[in-house]
Ligand binder design. Structure first.
Ligand SMILES: Cc1cc2nc3c(=O)[nH]c(=O)nc-3n(C[C@H](O)[C@H](O)[C@H](O)COP(=O)(O)OP(=O)(O)OC[C@H]3O[C@@H](n4cnc5c(N)ncnc54)[C@H](O)[C@@H]3O)c2cc1C
Ligand code: SF4
Ligand code: SF4
Length: 1012
């Protein structure tokens, strides 16, 4: 019998799972064999992997030669020296969150995030840390938290982007008012140079440079010779042409070199790698200096009627010495208002709010934090009275522009404000039309005093070219993220983009600003460095590049062009005017609100929001990535593959069996992306659509048929109980089930009750609350699990609803919601079920009845997924009156009437991912707390069972790998008991040896019934 030990812990290498990410055609097999001989890490040159690494968060696409996943410096050196000998370009890559296209190239990609992601050590005396380049900034800071220290550069996606990438782009973030960019914290680095040599670059006294420098020597000596040249020959030009701004990451950061030489009498060649975008050398380990973590923070969100008012206010706000000042304008706020996640914050803003400034303060104590906010409001709000404690208060003479302010002192509220601001960029990208807010001139930095005039002139360019943009980001240091709306689907749109970039660059030069304040040059902006810095410095950049990389193999193109000096922002665009889209089928679901099926397949912009981990990112998206740390298994990976197969960039048939298996099979359909992806990519829906098309083309397989008909199976199981239960418990039954049906032998199959919920309910004579006496009447829909297996949950729901004075009935002709069939891609069958259910329920709903499910995925099926199947008024009315059981109690304020009186037992609550996607899972927490329980709501992802997914032998290891994440969270909770509304979550938890459940964990409604 296949047992747990036979399976690998790693889902990607599970012998029972047929997922070979490298199975597709390999372009250069000889190269692969050579590299495999030389490195320990994985080498993947198949077309799927190459396509996955062809994009980043930018508008560009460049197909790499292949991808290597190095495990050590030796691996990196081996790849570079092999490629250098053959003139093959090499591109180091971290999280691939770059916005200007510097993380894609026709090169051998080295993915550092996958395996070279370790924390190396902390030096308490020097207060420095050493780490590998693939460590995320969030993980690095987790390691440092115990010392009260942090790595200060804080790009918004620091839980997804990594140290090597942050250095590569010279990143910084919202707190650059207080801190340096990444170059300012780089003390030394182990570097693989362009010929494969491994060296350590760090501080060198300027007096010692001569001894190290030799323009005709080895690579390292030539690098020092170039530093000498820069100090001796270019210093005046650098002073003259580099803007006097903290925020400028365009070109090579010569200004840092000069500043270090002047301040310390020493230079640090490693720091020249910061912001070099992988073009000068490859960092394999970095030593970075650290900053203390502030004791307290507080946030005020100032509101304005006009973005120009907000800009006018930046300079006086800066006089209050904030740690951050972030602007969000009307376009941004309107889009945020339409998201489920941020509608609540935007709803708090006064009517007519056009823009906000989010102002954050650091402080040593809560009292000081409050005082600093009060001080700001007293100075900047028209209605505020001067601060109660004026000594030391800052007041400015500037006219008052703000209208009102929201304040945040507790961590959750502050985090929510910040989350909205940080989600800004992808929120803008949630437009499903052809015109999008693409990044190409989105990162200008302008001295604060010039911001109002710059914004006015920028706006004039947009008006002239008949387009609009949103202004948001780090107003404090003058960094504005402005993304003028254009289409790249036709030549005119591409030309318009280039013209806007050109004219804005002129504006930036005029106002003494920078073309890139933090995102870098990449493919989008490198060409403007010529105009921005002038021909002499452009030539100097190219000399530096040639000194570090004589054969121009390290990420050629970004910063100063390729070997021939070429770089054009309109080359390598991901959306090309001649792109044709062919899904290969006619969609069967309703995609009207998503700009059609194509709109949804093109919605992912590659921001990598789906590549965070549970402990640092939280939320639901994307459990399979979290379990396996594989780009293929992220929402972005799936979206990239689907889009590329349908627009012809990947030579694959999207309905081909192997393609479907590799790309979509492991998506558990949790809907996490629908909620957590700020652009709203809905991969669960895409999967259902594509699976349906594949069924149409090739027929329906055994497992899809079996699991798509759970209603009939459960009915049979119940009718034959207890014999059916004995049969499934017999020795060898599991092995047989695996052999014949593909159901994992390790799984405990559901047990069936002879007396169904419906039979029990009829036998007791229906509801104990007469209809005439009840204010609320509910149709409790018996899904197959509740009706035939977990009958106790249904009974508890009846007891609880009746205790709250609700008249309950079990609706005739309503069983499954169709969820199992839907998740297997059986759209026609699901639509039939949905029609029947709506026909049965709609007349009662019209009479004032509500519909309640105890099973969350069934409730959400009716509330949400029915919209995609039936566009009818009755379906909409049933959806609007359908609830999960705790949601029903909470929304109608019925729990008080029930008179719960729990004994204070503590519960760890694992919400169902489908309810989370609908933002409905918090209702249970509220009701349980009011009933007298202490509740610890787990910030958990999917449980990994995902309906029938985890029962399948080929999914078992992935299912368990996801469940490991939940099991750790349950173990970390101090609660006595874990509770979960989803029946598959409860099955998954009850099978775990490492979760103490004493049988199946209870549904929250069972805990409520216990408290009656
Ligand atoms: C939603 C969103 C918000 C963002 N907000 C910010 C922000 O607030 N501030 C900010 O600065 N940026 C921001 N960015 C841009 C980006 O996230 C950062 O620049 C980030 O630090 C890049 O890290 P990464 O791991 O994704 O690097 P990648 O994109 O993978 O690589 C970045 C560059 O570094 C090079 N590189 C990678 N590893 C190495 C190595 N080992 N040695 C040498 N070079 C290497 C690459 O070749 C590439 O040129 C944002 C991006 C997104 C999508
Ligand atoms: S799926 Fe969403 S979160 Fe992931 S990369 Fe695409 S847009 Fe970003
Ligand atoms: S539905 Fe879930 S598993 Fe599938 S891509 Fe979205 S988040 Fe990942």
């Amino acid at each position: 019998m296949a047992t747990r030990d036979l399976r690998s812990d790693d889902p990607s290498t599970d012998p029972d799972a047929d997922y070979d990410y490298t199975s597709d055609s390999v372009e250069r097999p000889g190269l692969v064999d050579d590299l495999r001989e030389r490195v320990d890490g994985d080498v993947r040159f198949d077309s799927y992997t190459r396509q996955l690494y062809a994009t980043d968060a930018s508008i560009y696409e460049a197909l790499p030669v292949g991808v290597v996943f190095p495990t050590s410096t030796d691996d990196v050196a081996a790849v570079v020296s092999y490629c250098a000998d053959r003139g093959i370009p090499v591109l180091p890559r971290g999280g691939g969150t770059s916005l200007a296209g510097q993380a894609v190239n026709e090169a051998v990609v080295l993915d550092f995030k996958h395996a070279m992601n370790g924390f190396v050590g902390f030096d308490p005396e020097a207060e420095t840390a050493r780490a590998q380049p693939g460590i995320t900034l969030a993980a690095l800071n987790d390691e440092l938290a115990a010392h009260g220290l942090k790595y200060a550069p804080d790009p918004a996606w620091g839980d997804k982007s990594v140290l090597g990438g942050a250095i590569g782009n010279n990143s910084t973030g919202a707190h650059s008012l207080q801190y340096e960019k990444a170059d300012g914290y780089l003390e030394s680095a182990e570097v693989v140079l362009a010929d494969g040599t491994v060296t350590t670059l760090g501080w060198v006294d300027t007096d010692d440079l001569d001894a190290l420098a030799d323009p005709d020597g080895d690579l390292e000596a030539r690098i020092y010779a170039d530093l000498r040249r820069l100090l001796d020959e270019e210093a005046d030009r650098i002073r003259e042409r580099f803007p006097d701004l903290k925020r400028n990451v365009s070109g090579y950061n010569y200004d840092r070199l000069l500043a270090d030489a002047e301040a310390h009498g020493a230079v640090n060649a490693a720091r020249l790698l910061a912001g070099s975008e992988g073009t000068l050398g490859i960092i394999t380990e970095a030593e970075v200096s650290l900053e203390p973590v502030p004791a307290e923070t507080a946030v005020a969100m100032l509101t304005y009627d006009d973005v120009r008012d907000a800009m006018q206010d930046v300079a006086p706000v800066l006089d209050h010495d904030p740690s951050a000042v972030e602007v969000m304008d009307d376009v941004f706020l309107d889009l945020a208002r339409d998201t489920d996640e941020f509608a609540d914050v935007v709803g708090l803003l006064p009517d007519g709010t056009d823009s906000t400034l989010l102002v954050e303060f650091y402080a040593d104590s809560p009292a000081e934090a409050r005082r600093r906010v009060a001080d700001l409001l007293a100075d900047r709000l028209p209605s505020a009275t001067p601060a109660a404690d004026p000594p030391g208060a800052t007041t400015t003479d500037a006219p008052v522009h703000a209208v009102d302010a929201l304040e945040a002192y507790d961590d959750d509220r502050q985090a929510h404000f910040w989350k909205m601001r940080k989600a800004g960029l992808p929120i803008l990208l949630s437009r499903t039309s052809d015109e999008k807010h693409y990044p190409y001139i989105e990162d200008t930095a302008i001295p604060a005093d010039h911001l109002p005039a710059f914004v006015a002139d920028f706006q004039a360019i947009l008006d002239d070219l008949d387009t609009v943009a949103s202004y948001y980001a780090h107003a404090g240091p003058g960094v504005l993220h402005v993304r003028p709306l254009v289409t790249l689907a036709d030549e005119a749109g591409v030309a318009k983009m280039a013209e806007i970039a050109d004219r804005v660059t002129d504006l930036v030069v005029e106002y003494g600003g920078a073309v890139s304040g933090e995102h870098g040059d990449g493919r989008a902006r490198s060409q403007w460095n010529r105009k921005f810095y002038g021909e002499d410095l452009w030539a100097s950049f190219r000399r530096t590049k040639a000194a570090f990389d004589p054969d121009w193999i390290l990420n050629p193109g970004p910063v100063c062009g390729d070997a021939a000096g070429e770089i054009d922002m309109t080359d390598h665009l991901r959306v090309a005017p001649d792109d044709e889209f062919d899904a290969g089928f006619d969609p069967a679901l309703n995609w009207d609100t998503e700009n059609g099926f194509r709109g949804m397949t093109e919605l992912c912009h590659g921001c990598a929001g789906c590549t965070g981990h549970q402990d640092t990112t939280g939320g639901v998206m994307c459990p399979t990535y979290r379990a396996a740390n594989e780009e293929t298994l992220s929402t972005r990976g799936r979206a990239n593959m689907l889009r590329s197969a349908m627009n012809g960039h990947l030579p694959a048939d999207p309905l081909d069996d192997e393609f479907l298996t590799e790309v979509l099979d492991l998506c558990v359909g949790c809907k996490g992306c629908k909620l957590d992806c700020p652009s709203g990519v809905d991969m669960a829906k895409l999967k259902t659509e594509v699976k349906h098309a594949s069924h149409q083309a090739d027929g329906v397989g055994v497992l899809d048929r079996l699991f798509g008909h759970t209603e009939a199976l459960f009915h049979l199981g119940s009718a034959l109980a207890p014999v059916s239960n004995w049969a499934t418990a017999l020795p060898g039954a599991g092995a047989l089930a695996e052999k014949t049906l593909g159901i994992a032998a390790e799984r405990d199959l559901p047990t069936f009750r002879r007396e169904s919920l419906r039979a029990w309910f009829d036998a007791r004579g229906g509801s104990r609350v007469p209809e005439a006496a009840a204010e609320h009447t509910v149709l409790l829909a018996p899904d197959p699990y509740t009706n035939y297996s977990t009958v106790a949950v249904g009974k508890a729901a009846v007891r609880v609803l009746e205790a709250a004075g609700v008249h309950v009935a079990l609706p005739d002709g309503v069983g499954t919601s169709g969820r199992p069939a839907y998740s297997r891609g059986l759209i026609d069958r699901t639509r039939r079920i949905a029609r029947e259910n709506v026909a049965a329920l709609a007349p009662k709903v019209a009479d004032g009845w509500d519909v309640v499910y105890v099973e969350p995925s069934d409730a959400v099926m009716v509330q949400d997924d029915y919209h995609d199947l039936l566009s009818s008024a009755p379906a909409a009315s049933v959806a609007a009156n359908t609830y999960g059981v705790c949601e029903y109690l909470d929304r109608h304020g019925l729990d008080a009437a029930a008179g719960f009186d729990a004994d204070g037992e503590s519960l760890a609550y694992h919400g169902h991912c489908h309810q989370k996607a609908q933002q409905r899972d918090h209702h249970a927490v509220g009701v349980l707390r009011r009933a007298g329980y202490e509740v610890d709501p787990l910030d958990s992802t999917c449980c990994g069972m995902a309906g029938s997914f985890g029962y399948e032998a080929e999914h078992y290891s992935m299912s368990q790998a996801i469940a490991d994440i939940l099991a750790d969270q349950v173990a970390d909770s101090d609660a006595d008991t874990v509770t979960a509304p989803g029946s598959s979550c409860r099955s998954q938890l009850s099978e775990r040896d490492d979760v103490d459940t004493d049988g199946a964990p209870p549904h929250p409604v069972q805990k409520l019934a216990d408290a009656l």
